[in-house]
Design a protein. Structure first.
Length: 176
């Protein structure tokens, strides 16, 4: 059943593209998670509000206006627009779910699909964490190499600069 879900619906890469970094948290938008669960966003949000005690701020939060603007730029769509007088867009502020919030959603939405989606979303969060850790390890090793070889390379660059400078020609006197 899980293989069928992954081949037909969403891959790890597609889910990873829906994860954003806000307030030092990796989060997924309520509309994206609702789409994966194949429920309406308002249904998901209603279930969350009915069980709000299960969602402290480190599990789920709503973005500030500035964060909403950043999300709009990252997503590249106006689906987050709060203009109530226009067609389309959202009327309410979105909810952003952290990794723990997504795990808690499985206790709120009790369907087989919700369980399968949660498994894949959790895998996406774990994969992103692994990628970030490997990037941090690479950056740390690069810093170590730079510190170790900085003085040696500095000497090399100084020598190259000296070789690149043209020798000064003595000014010849013109005339008698």
């Amino acid at each position: 059943m899980l293989e069928v879900f992954m081949t037909k619906q969403a891959s790890l890469i597609q889910i990873s593209q829906k994860i954003f970094f806000i307030r030092e948290h990796r989060v997924i938008l309520d509309s994206d998670i609702a789409m994966l669960y194949e429920v309406e966003t308002k249904t998901l949000n209603r279930a969350v509000r009915r069980n709000i005690i299960r969602f402290p701020e480190d599990f789920m939060f709503q973005p500030t206006e500035k964060e909403e603007e950043i999300l709009r730029c990252q997503i590249g769509t106006s689906s987050l627009d709060k203009q109530k007088g226009s067609w389309g867009g959202r009327r309410y502020q979105p909810m952003l779910f952290t990794e723990q919030g997504v795990a808690m959603l499985s206790s709120v939405l009790k369907s087989e699909r919700a369980a399968l989606v949660n498994i894949e979303v959790m895998r996406a969060f774990v994969k992103l964490r692994q990628i970030l850790l490997s990037d941090q390890n690479l950056a740390r090793r690069l810093d170590d190499l730079e510190k170790k070889y900085d003085s040696e390379f500095k000497k090399i660059f100084e020598t190259i600069r000296q070789l690149m400078q043209l020798p000064e020609k003595p000014n010849r006197r013109i005339g008698i």
